[in-house]
Design a protein. Structure first.
Length: 101
């Protein structure tokens, strides 16, 4: 069964539960700041592991002490779906353990 795009209202309601995340251009996005490059790299590896488990992948950008994610669902025409929120919620749970804020 194909994943259905969420309405703008559903997206806005769900974002209230994910401080720091935003929606725009049919994507969910979030940037994290970390202590240093090693901590940022460790977060990227952990996010990659979650993405493999969910079989849902975001665009990840690694900076010296930053990590940025941008996610949408290709199979739903490049829109935001429940799959994107599932990934965002998982990342949000593990990020503090890496010192991300």
């Amino acid at each position: 069964m194909p994943t259905q795009p969420l309405s703008q209202k559903e997206i806005e309601d769900r974002l209230r539960e994910l401080p720091g995340w935003s929606a725009g251009d049919d994507r969910l996005t979030r940037s994290y700041r970390l202590a240093d490059h090693f901590a940022a790299t460790a977060l990227v590896v952990h996010v990659a592991q979650i993405q493999q488990e969910l079989d849902h992948h975001s665009d990840l950008t690694l900076g010296y002490d930053t990590v940025s994610l941008s996610v949408h669902t290709h199979s739903a025409g490049g829109t935001v779906t429940e799959k994107d929120f599932a990934l965002a919620e998982r990342v949000e749970r593990i990020a503090p353990g890496h010192g991300a804020h």
